[in-house]
Design a protein around this ligand. Structure first.
Ligand SMILES: [Fe+2]
Length: 305
């Protein structure tokens, strides 16, 4: 047949994948075609709109660099990332809730000793002591587990967003390995809520639709123990005004951590404290399983302009 009606065209494209050797690839492509064609039919998409979409996606790709992932950002802002997360974590069975990886997992997570200050250059941030423990769902501590941590600073920027990242290296980004009791602890500053980058196509979408670009303050964690499902999550700072309207839809109640204002003279590791500081305490529970932790963009300092 050389001429198709609107629905016959869909059937023809779906059939064209019938002999794909990988059944999963066949399924994914056939369903993608059905959804895309449905969208075009439902919206009666105009040529101008189709061209805009092509241009938008082209510019999204062009905005990507080794340390900037505009497609992940777009996926986040459209809620696709959280939906992928949801369908892959339907049964938690007591394990800690997951949330989006986000576009700033760029690697450079150097192992640091417990208690290290991961934001030593911050002059203005409120001091924060984070103590966390990693256990299985029954509460058994998991030792020797790498925990990757990264967060925006008190000005709302990740290290990789700063022009001097290539020369100064990571900050507010590190790896800690759990001790025999499953614990890690470190110093930093309280992150603040921040806008996702709005100088690219995703920002254009946010602005033109009257949404705000803010994420509530949070610290990212990836906890990956052999024999357990890798945990990709955040801890949100309780009380943040954007908890109910996160631009990437990533908040879950269980992940809102209490941050206590403290004035004790010593921090939990017995070292002297500043006059005012904050304490965040949390316990991560891992579920038996497998899977590979997310791959950072994996760029080594100096490899990019
Ligand atoms: Fe983030």
């Amino acid at each position: 047949m050389h001429q198709f009606s609107e629905t016959e065209l869909t059937e023809a494209v779906v059939r064209s994948f019938e002999d794909a050797p990988d059944p999963r690839v066949k399924f994914l492509l056939q369903e993608l075609v059905k959804s895309l064609h449905d969208y075009v039919r439902k919206t009666s998409l105009s040529f101008e709109e189709w061209e805009y979409a092509i241009d938008f996606l082209t510019r999204t790709g062009q905005k990507c660099t080794p340390i900037r992932q505009e497609f992940i950002l777009l996926s986040d802002v459209l809620g696709v990332s959280m939906l992928v997360d949801a369908v892959n974590h339907r049964e938690r069975g007591g394990a800690t809730e997951t949330t989006v990886l986000g576009p700033f997992y760029v690697g450079e997570h150097k192992e640091m000793p417990h208690g290290a200050d991961i934001s030593p250059d911050s002059q203005s941030g409120q001091k924060l002591f984070v103590q966390a423990r990693v256990t299985d769902v029954a509460g058994k501590p998991l030792a020797g587990v790498p925990v990757d941590v990264w967060h925006a600073d008190d000005g709302g920027l990740y290290d990789s967003q700063k022009p001097n990242y290539a020369t100064t290296g990571p900050s507010a980004r590190a790896r800690f390995v759990t001790d025999l009791d499953g614990r890690i602890f470190f110093r930093s500053v309280v992150p603040c809520s921040y806008p996702v980058p709005i100088d690219g196509p995703t920002g254009e979408l946010i602005r033109q639709t009257g949404r705000h670009p803010m994420r509530p303050a949070h610290i990212h964690f990836v906890v990956a123990a052999p024999g357990y499902e890798p945990l990709v999550t955040h801890l949100f700072i309780g009380g943040d005004k954007y908890l109910d309207s996160d631009v990437v839809f990533g908040v879950k109640d269980e992940l809102i951590a209490k941050v206590e204002k403290r004035s004790d003279a010593v921090m939990p590791d017995g070292k002297p404290a500043p006059s005012e500081w904050n304490l965040m305490t949390y316990e991560f529970h891992l579920k038996p399983g497998k899977g590979t932790p997310p791959t950072p963009l994996g760029i080594k300092l100096g490899e990019y302009a």
